[in-house]
Design a protein around this ligand. Structure first.
Ligand SMILES: Cc1cc2nc3c(=O)[nH]c(=O)nc-3n(C[C@H](O)[C@H](O)[C@H](O)COP(=O)(O)OP(=O)(O)OC[C@H]3O[C@@H](n4cnc5c(N)ncnc54)[C@H](O)[C@@H]3O)c2cc1C
Length: 377
């Protein structure tokens, strides 16, 4: 089965791989949305920056995801409040709303803000929507009750979407213009304070940031148990006018998510839980089992018979609690990841925060993500 995201316009010019030893102030490992945000923050702090990726810019989840740009953590707001307390949960939500606005400006030609829908598939889920809306309203965040052709649930006016791959490529190109050195096909095999070893070269740097979501525990095995890699799968169709889906939709507690692009194509992801253990894997090949679930949902629930042009998958990692992993994983080695399937906004925030924490020694973003909630992380 092909494994190409529908997002790729085929216009990327590959970056070189690192073949010589180099020195920098900041070395960022991972050129997804989180690593690229970290790189931009490091450039703002006037650091000499090197960024490395084992594959291509956004070759991982950052360029292969559903394109939802959503406020908040992966956990629904009331669940985050129950875990973190109102003050901290609302501060993270507020920051993520502000970060959403900034992200939309990074690549405006491939971003839009039509609002997004959380749709309930059962009475229990509808009650969960009610609880989420109540918690959001109590803290002054916008949410509306919704009933329409997609079903019943909640409408988030700030819900947004983007082409995740083009957005990352845009960020990479502007980082290059600002003086960052970025290398593709440069796999890091070992990392310790001030030193990064790739398969062909060594980097000396004052600050080392690992910004890898899926497969994080491969590079930093000490994080096994804190994060766990899983595969998420999607499909995309040829443009169609069979349906009109004005806003991105997620449903069944967020397991499934779909949207209709300006071209008319539908993208759809989900059903990870249906395969039980097999999706807890570092493999990224799409499987017949999950793809059959997606196809059947596309045909029977969304009502689209258009040909499926793309099928793809990628690795993400899930953290133990509601917060992602954010910490000094080894002396002198900072790491972020484990966004539990919702990392476009939170990953960018963590990227900003981890650089501030490493370089300046303090960061209000880091403060929000680092202290452990009760009994978790
Ligand atoms: C199918 C799917 C749908 C999703 N939908 C959404 C969504 O709609 N909205 C949302 O917010 N989130 C979504 N997510 C999650 C989101 O994509 C991720 O949380 C986010 O992209 C993580 O970005 P990142 O930059 O932290 O990590 P990644 O995108 O994983 O980037 C890390 C990079 O590190 C590189 N790397 C790894 N190991 C090494 C090494 N040893 N040496 C050098 N480089 C290395 C990888 O090649 C990769 O490019 C989805 C994920 C998937 C897979």
């Amino acid at each position: 089965m092909e494994n190409t995201p529908l997002w790729d316009d085929g216009r990327w010019q590959a970056l070189p791989s690192l073949r010589e030893n180099v020195e920098a102030d900041v070395c960022v490992i991972g050129l997804g949305g989180s690593g690229l945000s970290a790189i931009h923050r490091a450039l703002e702090l006037k650091q000499r920056v090197i960024g490395l990726d084992a594959g291509m810019v956004a070759g991982g989840a950052a360029g292969r995801n559903g394109g939802f740009v959503m406020a908040g953590l992966a956990a629904f707001y009331h669940d985050a409040v129950a875990d973190l307390g109102r003050e901290r949960a609302s501060a993270i939500y507020q920051l993520s709303l502000e970060q959403t606005d900034k992200i939309l400006l990074e690549a405006p030609e491939v971003s839009r803000q039509p609002g997004s829908l959380r749709i309930a598939l059962s009475d229990d889920e509808l009650e969960d929507c009610r609880l989420e809306a109540e918690a959001l309203r109590l803290d002054g965040f916008a949410v509306e009750d919704y009933k329409g052709p997609e079903g019943q649930g909640l409408l988030f006016p700030k819900g947004s979407v983007f082409n995740p791959l083009i957005r990352c490529r845009t960020l990479a190109l502007s980082a290059l213009e600002k003086g960052a050195q970025l290398f593709e096909n440069s796999c890091v095999i070992d990392v310790k304070a001030n030193h990064v070893h790739t398969d062909h070269a060594q980097i000396s740097a004052k600050y080392i940031i690992v910004a890898v979501d899926g497969r994080l525990e491969l590079l930093l095995p000490e994080l096994t148990g804190q994060v766990r890699t899983a595969r998420l799968q999607m499909l995309g169709t040829e443009p169609t006018t069979e349906v009109s889906v004005p806003r991105p939709v997620y449903l069944r507690y967020g397991y499934e998510y779909y949207q209709q692009l300006a071209s008319g194509s539908i993208t759809l992801g989900g059903f990870r839980d249906k395969a039980k253990e097999t999706e807890w894997t570092k493999d990224i090949a799409p499987t017949e089992f999950i793809q059959n679930h997606l196809t059947s949902f596309l045909r029977n629930h969304i009502g689209v018979q258009a040909p499926i042009s793309h099928r793809w998958a990628a690795s993400v990692s899930y953290s133990k609690g509601v917060l992602p992993y954010f910490g000094e994983a080894r002396p002198g080695v900072w790491a972020i990841g484990g966004y539990s399937g919702t990392g476009n906004v939170i990953g960018a925030l963590c990227g900003l925060g981890v650089v501030e924490k490493a370089v300046k020694g303090s960061s209000s973003i880091a403060d929000l993500f680092m202290a452990a909630p009760s009994g978790l992380n």
